[in-house]
Each structure stands twice: as structure tokens, then as C-alpha cells.
Design a protein around this ligand. Structure first.
Ligand code: S3P
Length: 431
């Protein structure tokens, strides 16, 4: 297992384009595979999670060609052209692949076994399998289909009305994808709005989907149109260097071509409320499915604010790096309503609080979040990633603001979402 030594830095300086959005890359492969015709996807994220989704559709007979840098050509099979894969489909560490694929497989008249690594096999799946069973799919697996390996056999489905509580984009997406082929209407309601990439992309491919605020309705589709689509940069990946720049005085960082979907920009709003010098502007491109733009951030002293409520789903993946920001902000930060963090790639409340205390921060776990008392800088030390990419990247940023280096053990996991992270970090940090 590889480790990384993150050393103190003076500032973050320069500009960069973050890698393609992970959530959108998964969805682009899925919908293009189900479409009738040839789709072209540019800036696809070539990271392990998305490649698992791609391999799954290749195993079901879809022709997918990876061209030059990030360009992918997909000959869609239509709804009726997928074939039963000859072996179990291994989805590695990717929760998005497993949950969304379950929704698609619920519509297919063949049997598939989905497996994953130890982390994915310990993540709860009943939130998806229960509503899909209600729609008519046959699914089995440990603890009443709560854990992978999961065996699924789909077929004729009936639409349902589902309350998506707590708000989860993966659950919502799985049900909408199943609803694409169900009889009658399928309706999903959320208490707060989770990321809406699936809805936007379903509109783009011509699916009969209607949105009224936090309620989404979908009816059966007979075909989907092929797409020609450029994936925006991933704001969740950009968040690491964004926070690094916010924390180091004299930093000046420009992040370009980054996705600025309103359901994903909680990180910008919270950093701004914490006193960061941050500005974001949308690029003026017409007919954009997803807003894209530029974020400019300079270093300053941050102050604590409460992080909770409707904001949580809009920055769920950024909470680990925000915990680093809170640990160096003036005052006491309370993060609550974020129990979902306990069932991510690892228990992120535990991994982050333990790591913060190991490097000279001061934090305490709560059932649904944590309390963090700001310190001037970290003292340094050793942390483990627990195989979680966002924990590993967060502590790599912590090391920049530390008296002595921070060593992060087990960094291979960073390849699941941001393979060029350490190159970008080295390129932009000045010692
Ligand atoms: C994702 C949704 C989020 C997020 C995950 C990716 C997606 O999870 O944490 O990393 O692509 O739909 P939820 O299902 O909890 O919203």
C-alpha cells in the first residue's frame, strides 16, 4: 500500500481544470448505452469508479470505444439490446455504479450478480433494493438484499411513488431509471433536493420526465436519443485544492471549466459564509445541460459557521475537506444532519475525527456529524485513509497547513475519483 507525505506549503498558486465529473460520467455511460444510436462523450472521467460502470456495460454487449483523452464513443443497445453478462459484474468501490445499475437491471429480463470490494459490500443497498422489489424486480442478497453480492432479475415493472428519505441522488436515480420502463407513473419525492444530474440527462435524451420542485415524475419511454456531450469538471474534486487555497494566505487559484450545478455548489456557499474570498461565474454557453464556470479563490482567515439542514445533500461529498477547513477556522464548528457520512466509502465521521485528532486538530464525533474546535495549524503526524479517496485527499491538504508533515497511509484509493490529484497538488502548491 502506498503512502504520501504532505509537507507544509506557503501558498496555492495558479490555475487548473479539474477532472471530469464522476456522477455525470457514470450517468453518461449508462444513458448512452440505453439510447438508440451512437453517442460521443468528451471529458469522461477515466478513474476506477467510472471505468467499472463502463466495463459493466461492455460485459452486457454494448460497444464502447475509448478514443483519445477522455473521449468515449458508445453504440447504444436500446432498451432491448443488453445481454446477460457471462460472469458476475465486479463494481469495485463504486456505490454509484451499483445503485444506479440496479435500477437499470430491474428493467432487464435476465439474471446478473453484482459484486464489489470489501467497502462496497458493507454499504447498505436496501434503500434501493426495497423500492425496486416493490416495482417488481427479483433481488436477493445478504440481510434481505441489503448487501452485495446481489443477484437481480428484472422484467415487467409497475410504477411506484417513493419518498426518498434521507435525500439520496443514487436512490432517486435508480428508481427513475427503473421507472423509464415501468407501467404507469413513477414518482420520487425528496425532503431536500439531492444532485439532479440524472433528471437533467434524462431530459436531454428525451425521456418523459417532469419536475415540480422536489417531486419528479417519469413515465415509460420507448427509446432514448443518443447524445453528444461534454462532461463538466468535478466540483467535488476541485474542492480539495479550493479549500487548500482558502486556507493558505497569499494563495490565488483559478479553477476553470468546473460544473456549477446548484445542487452541488454548497461548498462554495459555505466557504463564502466562512469568510473565504471566493467568487464564481458561469460561462455563457447556450443550451447547456449543466451550468459550467470558473471559481476564483484567495487565501484568508476562515471562521466557523454551523453546517446542517438542506445544505447537507448539496455538499455531502465535500464534508471531509470542509472538516479540514473547520479545523483551521476561528471558533467552534458544528456539523449535523450528516449521518449519511457513516455509510460512505468508509465511516467518514470516524475517519476524519480520528485523523484530525492524530495530527493536532481538536474534534469530537456526534452520531450525525461532529464538533470541531479551530486550531492555528496542525502539528503533523500519521493518518490512515481506510481505503477512502476523500479521506486521503483531505489529509493531503491538511499537511500543507502543518508544522511537521502529515503522512497519509493507503493512497491508492485516490484513483477511484481523481487519479491526477497528487500531480495537481504538487503543481499548484508552493513550498
Ligand atoms: C452520488 C450521490 C451522492 C454522493 C456520491 C455520488 C451520485 O450520494 O455522495 O458520491 O452520483 O448520485 P447520495 O446517494 O447519498 O446522494
Amino acid at each position: 500500500m502506498k503512502s504520501y507525505i504532505s509537507k507544509p506549503a506557503r501558498k496555492i498558486y495558479g490555475q487548473f481544470v479539474p477532472p471530469g465529473d464522476k456522477s455525470i460520467s457514470h450517468r453518461a455511460i449508462m444513458l448512452a448505452s440505453l439510447a438508440s444510436g451512437t453517442s460521443k462523450i468528451a471529458n469522461f472521467l477515466k478513474a476506477d469508479d467510472c471505468l467499472r460502470t463502463m466495463d459493466a456495460f461492455c460485459a452486457m454487449g454494448v460497444s464502447i470505444v475509448r478514443e483519445r483523452a477522455g473521449q468515449v464513443t458508445i453504440k447504444g443497445s436500446g432498451f432491448n439490446g443488453l445481454k446477460s453478462p457471462s460472469t458476475p459484474v465486479d463494481l469495485g468501490n463504486s456505490g454509484t455504479s451499483m445503485r444506479l445499475l440496479l435500477g437499470i437491471l430491474a428493467t432487464q429480463p435476465f439474471r446478473v450478480v453484482l459484486t464489489g470490494d470489501a467497502s462496497l459490500s458493507s454499504r447498505p443497498m436496501k434503500r434501493v433494493t426495497a423500492p425496486l422489489r416493490k416495482m417488481g424486480a427479483k433481488i436477493s442478497g445478504k440481510d434481505d438484499a441489503n448487501y452485495a453480492p446481489l443477484e437481480i432479475e428484472g422484467g415487467h415493472l409497475q410504477g411506484i411513488t417513493h419518498l426518498n428519505e434521507p435525500a439520496s441522488a443514487q436512490v432517486k436515480s435508480a428508481i427513475l431509471l427503473a421507472g423509464l420502463r415501468a407501467s404507469g407513473k413513477t414518482i420520487v419525492r425528496e425532503p431536500n433536493m439531492s444532485r439532479d444530474h440524472t433528471e437533467r440527462m434524462l431530459e436531454m435524451v428525451g425521456a418523459p420526465i417532469h419536475r415540480k420542485g422536489i417531486e419528479i415524475e417519469i413515465s415509460r419511454a420507448e427509446r432514448l436519443c443518443a447524445i453528444d456531450y461534454q462532461v463538466p469538471g468535478d466540483i467535488s474534486s476541485a474542492a480539495f485544492l479550493m479549500v487548500a487555497a482558502a486556507l493558505l494566505p497569499n494563495s490565488d487559484l483559478l479553477i476553470q471549466k468546473v460544473g456549477l450545478n446548484p445542487t452541488r455548489i454548497g461548498i462554495l456557499e459555505v466557504l463564502s459564509q466562512m469568510g473565504a474570498q471566493i467568487k464564481w461565474t458561469m460561462d455563457a454557453t447556450k443550451n447547456q445541460i449543466e451550468p459550467v464556470g470558473t471559481v476564483h479563490i484567495r487565501g484568508s482567515q476562515l471562521r466557523s459557521i454551523p453546517i446542517d439542514g438542506e445544505m447537507i445533500p448539496r455538499l455531502i461529498d465535500e464534508l471531509p475537506i470542509l472538516m479540514i477547513a473547520c479545523a483551521l477556522a476561528r471558533g467552534k464548528s458544528i456539523i449535523s444532519g450528516a449521518k449519511e457520512l457513516r455509510v460512505k466509502e468508509t465511516d467518514r465521521i470516524k475517519s476524519m475525527v480520528t485523523g484530525l485528532n492524530a495530527i493536532g486538530g481538536k474534534a469530537e464525533e456526534r452520531e450525525d456529524g461532529c464538533v470541531i474546535w479551530g486550531v492555528e495549524r496542525f502539528s503533523g503526524g500519521r493518518v490512515v485513509s481506510h481505503g477512502d479517496h476523500r479521506t486521503a485527499m483531505s489529509f493531503s491538504i491538511a499537511g500543507l497547513n502543518s508544522k511537521d508533515p502529515v503522512t497519509i497511509e493507503d493512497i491508492d484509493c485516490v484513483g477511484t475519483s481523481y487519479p491526477s490529484f497528487f500531480d495537481h497538488l504538487e503543481m499548484l502548491s508552493q513550498k
